[in-house]
Design a binder for this molecule. Structure first.
Ligand code: NAI
Length: 357
């Protein structure tokens, strides 16, 4: 695989600039919390460290716009800054011809891999305990190719595109990730028994790539069985390598086992750009503006972003404050608690203040 030089992250006067895409639903309020936590100095002058040297360039995308002006602006901004923090953008479900802005961003920026590290929080009362699974998902093709048409009246055809090139680079990413992080096993999840050509290619390439990593166990599993095994015996999984739609489903299954949509963050990588966002990519529209959304997934995405930019100290301070808050049982109602979003954020700020006093 050709090694591509990453484009440098925007870094002016010692500060990084990051594109912030608040998206819809709970996105804007969660971004407000991110800003409060990242720039504590502006709120409480008592903090010793002068906030994090990161500036946000806010970019709104109107999903109802008939043109792609907002989308093009967002893409230009991410190309300039290299890094983005993103809430989910609403997609009107049933109107043909309406482009999903989320998918378009990933495709245009060639963010070919999505990584979701699913680790249990001991302090969360979840359906399964001690889970540690990494889902590596192809992020730009497969069932998300958005190539659908009505060939004759009443007959819809939808193209699922699987390419040698993208299957190989996502497989290579999964095995390299496993090697770098001391993981023991990669499981390719597919439906090659039915989709023999498309999923067959994905599986065949993962088997070929696996040969270059003799120290890592490689097996495969059909998506149906995988969902059942994830619910009943998730501890058998280590790294899961899968196609785009199966990845979306499996990610949501594992998030559900761990405590729902409000906890985990996902990363979208390409050779040049990175987008950080909540792992399940929901908008949470029905709970927006009610002070009940769990802010943790978006805050974890912000922590991942800080690590990526090299602000390790700030990332660790915020991460520890998040973990302490969860372990103390300050939980929003999606986790069975009674705390508001504000209570959770205030408690995290309190721990940051103690850690940096
Ligand atoms: P949703 O936004 O209704 O969320 C699903 C459930 O999780 C709801 O019960 C919601 O209240 C809960 N939830 C989500 N975030 C939460 C948080 N932070 N704290 C507490 N509870 C939380 O999900 P739905 O209906 O699947 O998707 C809504 C929109 O998101 C649609 O427009 C859809 O197109 C878009 N979407 C896009 C995806 C993509 O990137 N391609 C993936 C998934 C959804």
């Amino acid at each position: 695989i050709k090694k591509v030089m990453p484009i440098p992250k925007a870094h002016y006067g010692g500060r990084h600039t990051v594109t912030m895409l608040p998206g819809a639903g709970i996105g804007p309020e969660l971004m407000g919390y991110v800003k409060e936590i990242i720039f504590p100095i502006s709120l409480f002058q008592v903090f010793k460290y002068a906030g994090v040297p990161v500036d946000f360039e806010d970019v709104e995308i109107d999903p109802n716009a008939d043109d792609n002006v907002d989308l093009d602006y967002a893409i230009t901004s991410i190309r300039r800054n290299g890094v983005a923090l993103k809430g989910n953008i609403e997609t009107r479900s049933t109107e043909a011809g309406v482009l999903s802005r989320n998918v378009a961003l990933r495709n245009e920026l060639d963010l070919y891999v999505n990584v979701l590290h699913c680790v249990s929080y001991p302090g969360v009362n979840s359906r399964q305990k001690n889970i540690d699974i990494v889902i590596v998902r192809q992020n730009t093709e497969g069932e998300y190719s958005m190539l659908e048409h009505e060939s004759v009246y009443g007959v819809i055809e939808s193209m699922k595109v699987i390419t040698n090139f993208n299957s190989e680079r996502v497989a290579r990413y999964a095995f390299e990730y496993a090697k770098r992080n001391g993981r023991k096993k990669v499981t390719t999840v597919h439906k090659a028994n039915i989709m023999k050509l498309s999923d067959g290619l994905f599986l065949e390439i993962s088997r070929r790539v696996a040969k270059d990593y003799p120290d890592i166990i490689h097996n495969d599993m059909i998506i149906d069985n995988c969902c059942m095994q994830l619910v009943s015996n998730p501890h058998q999984f280590d790294v899961v390598l899968t196609t785009n739609l199966y990845g979306a489903i499996v990610s949501n299954v594992v998030c559900g086992l761990l405590g729902g949509a409000g906890l985990l963050a996902g990363k979208n990588y390409g050779d040049h750009y990175t987008i950080f966002e909540p792992g399940t990519r929901n908008t949470g529209t029905s709970i927006a503006g009610k002070n009940i959304a769990n802010p943790i997934a978006m805050l974890n995405a912000a922590v991942d972003m800080l690590r990526h930019l090299g602000h390790k100290h700030h990332a660790t301070v915020i991460q520890n404050a998040i973990n302490k808050t969860i372990n103390q049982g300050i939980h929003t109602r999606d986790l069975g608690g009674t705390a508001t979003s504000r209570d959770v954020v205030d408690n995290i700020l309190k721990h940051i203040k103690i850690a940096t006093a």
